[in-house]
Ligand binder design. Structure first.
Ligand SMILES: Cc1ncc(COP(=O)(O)O)c(C=O)c1O
Length: 365
């Protein structure tokens, strides 16, 4: 990324633009268009809404955690009516609940179903395939909008096969880049909805993007250095093979959970089939302060664990295991947590790291 910025109206730039726009598609597992914004993920959230909905539209959204709450807030600010299905922040969106809500919506008032694929605040992953099945069975025409900001390029995700209409993503997690790029993968149905969507939009307008994108250009100054990084990130994912990338994340998540269970601590995610492969959120025992533990680990080992967000603040710490990450990095991470638990005097059983190493390298193979 530390290279000179080139003229973004030049043919050299067009080659870079075309290459990244094309090579992004397999990461979303789509044959359709993906647009790139120079923004954080929140911008791509906004883009998904202003491009598909009209003021007063009704949408159905699931409470999975902190990020579902923020997406809801943003949506409501645009005059969209959000029916928010309550959740306990320990489970993903429930396909049976979706089926029941959609089948009672006989007049098809819901314009979209919105869900966070991997809830970064809780370490819970929702099965999008199950939600799609529920939508198909109820023959409901709502659009399906999915936030994959912390799952894309780390957990299996299939935009086309699962009939997702808009996939929202960001650069700073599975794509291993600094923050600053965000994405919308767009289905044909979403493009059709875009033609009649009545919300005002300018900067986020897909049509403004899609025209210049056809020849590798952008309608405004692109984040050229981040696109250099994106080109390399896509090459790295392709080299390793997406299936291997997903397997690596799954393995690291398993080893992390083995450590957590050995310590005798509780994983936030209640349902094993919904365990996240990219982040594990862990409760500290009652009466302990997760933020004190985090600051002791930061001070002693220069390792920053994720904080508990909103209603989980102080109760939870989060171990990230995503992106450019290997066995040795995980071993170091878990060692830092175990030493931190000792230094902070948080009651736990020793041996989590040993159990995780055993899970990573079982021996006798
Ligand atoms: C699942 C999820 N959605 C949305 C966001 C918001 O993205 P950003 O902070 O890049 O605007 C985040 C950020 O971590 C996230 O994890």
């Amino acid at each position: 990324m530390h290279r000179a910025v080139i003229d973004h109206r030049s043919q050299k730039f067009a080659r870079l633009g075309s290459e990244v726009l094309e090579n992004l598609r397999p990461i979303f597992q789509t044959a359709g268009p993906v647009v790139i914004y120079p923004s954080s993920g929140t911008g791509a959230w906004e883009a998904s809404i202003v491009n598909t909905l009209s003021p007063g539209d009704r949408v159905l959204m699931f409470e999975t955690g902190h990020f579902s709450q923020l997406w809801r807030q943003l949506t409501e600010r645009f005059g969209i009516v959000v029916d928010y299905v309550p959740g306990n922040w320990r489970r993903g969106a429930d396909a049976a609940e979706l089926a029941s809500r959609l089948s009672s919506d006989t007049r098809h008032t819901y314009k979209a179903v919105m869900v966070v694929h991997n809830e970064t605040s809780t370490g819970v992953t929702t099965s999008i395939a199950d939600l799609r099945r529920a939508m198909n069975e109820s023959k409901h025409p709502a659009l399906l909008l999915v936030d994959t900001i912390s799952s894309l390029g780390s957990i299996d995700y299939r935009h086309d096969e699962w009939g997702v209409d808009v996939t929202v993503a960001g650069s700073q997690k599975g794509l291993m880049l600094p923050p600053g790029l965000s994405f919308n993968a767009i289905s044909e149905k979403a493009l059709a909805a875009n033609k009649t969507a009545g919300l005002p939009r300018s900067y986020w307008d897909w049509q403004e993007m899609l025209g210049p994108n056809r020849s590798g250009f952008f309608p405004f100054t692109p984040a050229t250095t981040l696109l250099y990084g994106l080109r390399e990130a896509l090459a790295m994912l392709q080299e390793e093979g997406l299936a291997n990338v997903f397997r690596r994340h799954h393995r690291h998540a398993e080893a992390t959970r083995t450590a957590v269970r050995t310590w005798g601590l509780e994983i936030v995610c209640e349902e094993p089939s919904e365990y996240s492969s990219v982040v594990t959120a862990v409760f500290v025992p009652q009466g302990q302060d997760a933020d004190r533990l985090r600051s002791i680990i930061l001070e002693n080992f220069d390792m920053s664990l994720g904080a508990g967000l909103s209603k989980l603040a102080g109760k939870v710490f989060r171990i990230g295991h995503l992106g450019s990450f290997n066995d040795l990095m995980l071993a170091g991470t878990l060692s830092g947590v175990e030493m931190g638990l000792r230094l902070a005097g948080v009651p736990h059983q020793p041996g989590g790291v040993t159990a995780a190493l055993q899970s990573l390298a079982p021996g006798g193979r």
